[in-house]
Write a protein that binds this ligand. Structure first.
Ligand code: GLV
Ligand code: MN
Ligand code: MN
Length: 409
């Protein structure tokens, strides 16, 4: 049975993981930053070393193609993920998928295989969306869910735009994103949740991804003196923001609720110890596998914001940043992953993804699924993110087997 070169794969992964680590040891390689540029150039170098033809598209997605004379021009079997990170990130999120895909192609080439289809590896631009919104924008552009112009106009939390920043780091190419139409797509990813680790199951065959709703909420009250303003006369935007958080937690803990909600970014102004907050701006990330429940919770949030105007004498507005519906993956590809795991005597189970994924977008253009490998303790978007080397190698071997099957399908 053909197997990947685990040492080379893990060597690449850990080398990429060292890029963007600051003096305090925090790994932050947000999309379209100088750190991202270094990561991108490093991975492009490895793709070229592996003999792939590298192309960039108009939103900075990176493609590596392996074609033979016989299969050139056919729709490829594609793999890929992202290498941008959140703030103070782990080293596995996204990178494991990109570098396992590279390893699979290298292994197939070295074994002298002549697959019926070309193989493609994609590094999608700005999956994380922590700096520039929306997230998953590279894969969304490929899927035709946003125009190139709108993608490039994605606003940043620091006053930048994606297009200006990608141009600055020389990451833009000529390919039309919507020209990428693979026959099949598989993304390997760490689970980022606790299920596989808790069940000691090395492989998850991902069946679905929950819907995602992001809003930026702005609450305006009145800044005033913290000592002299009687409680009854306050229009406290900070208090109103806190009420929104409590409201969301109550919604999420209602019997039968499948929604999770997070306010991950919040800013008060003027942000001073002795001033009542005049303004609070914060984000709400809501996710649910059920589209109708997600819609009901969005409406409940809007209604609650409207009610604050009465109860707290503030004004509150919600600006939608991101909205993606839940996705169900292709049953045949999911089964291919389960079969590949079984053939290697690896315990596997179907599993749902709690995180957003580029595969969620690519599933709009071709049969798609994902392979999950365990995250110890279910920790991710944290420097404590960890997946054992053996689990990564197992996942990459399952990806290899699925690739061999689907590249000949
Ligand atoms: C991406 O990692 C997300 O799910 O937010
Ligand atoms: Mn990811
Ligand atoms: Mn992530």
């Amino acid at each position: 049975m053909l197997s990947i070169n685990g040492e080379r794969f893990l060597g690449h992964l850990h080398a990429l993981g060292r890029i963007g680590v600051d003096a305090e040891g925090r790994r932050t390689r947000q999309a379209a930053t100088d750190e991202d540029r270094l990561g991108r150039e490093t991975v492009i170098g490895w793709m070229k070393e592996a003999g792939l033809r590298v192309e960039l598209d108009r939103v900075g997605n990176i493609y590596g193609f392996w074609e033979t004379e016989e299969n050139a021009g056919r729709a490829p079997f594609a793999m890929g993920s992202h290498i941008d990170t959140v703030i103070d990130a782990g080293q596995y999120d996204g990178c494991a998928g990109v570098l396992s895909g590279l390893e699979v192609i290298q292994t197939m080439k070295e074994a002298g295989l002549r697959p019926a289809r070309p193989l493609a590896l994609v590094v999608f631009t700005n999956e994380e969306g922590t700096r520039l919104h929306p997230d998953m924008v590279g894969s969304l552009t490929i899927a035709g869910g946003i125009s190139v112009e709108d993608a490039l106009a994605s606003p940043g939390t620091d006053g930048t735009t994606l297009g200006a920043e990608l141009a600055r780091i020389h990451a833009l190419g000529d390919r039309e994103p919507t020209d990428f139409r693979p026959a099949y797509f598989i993304e390997l990813h760490i689970e980022q949740g606790p299920v596989l680790d808790a069940e000691q199951t090395p492989i998850g065959a991902v069946t679905s991804i929950q819907g995602i709703s992001w809003h930026e909420i702005t609450i305006d009250g009145a800044a005033n003196h913290a000592g002299t303003t009687p409680t009854s006369m306050r229009r406290d935007a900070g208090l109103a923001a806190a009420k929104v958080l409590v409201f969301l937690r109550e919604r999420c803990t209602r019997p039968g609720s499948r929604t999770v909600a997070t306010a991950g970014r919040m800013a008060f102004s003027p942000n001073a110890v002795n001033v009542i907050p005049g303004r609070a701006v914060f984000t709400v990330d809501m996710r649910c596998p059920d589209e109708q429940e997600l819609q009901e919770n969005e409406q409940a949030l809007y209604d609650f914001l409207a009610s604050l105007e009465q109860s707290d004498h503030v004004s509150a507005t919600a600006r939608r940043m991101v909205r993606f519906q839940p996705v169900v993956f292709d049953g045949t590809i999911v089964q291919t992953v389960l079969d590949a795991a079984a053939a290697r005597d690896l315990k596997a189970r179907p599993i749902a993804s709690g995180a957003g994924q580029d595969a969620q977008m690519i599933s709009r253009v071709c049969p798609t699924a994902m392979i999950f490998v365990p995250s110890v303790g279910g920790v991710s978007h944290s420097p404590k993110e960890f997946t054992a080397d053996g689990d990564l190698v197992n996942g990459a071997n399952v990806l290899l087997d699925a690739a061999c099957r689907l590249a000949n399908a």
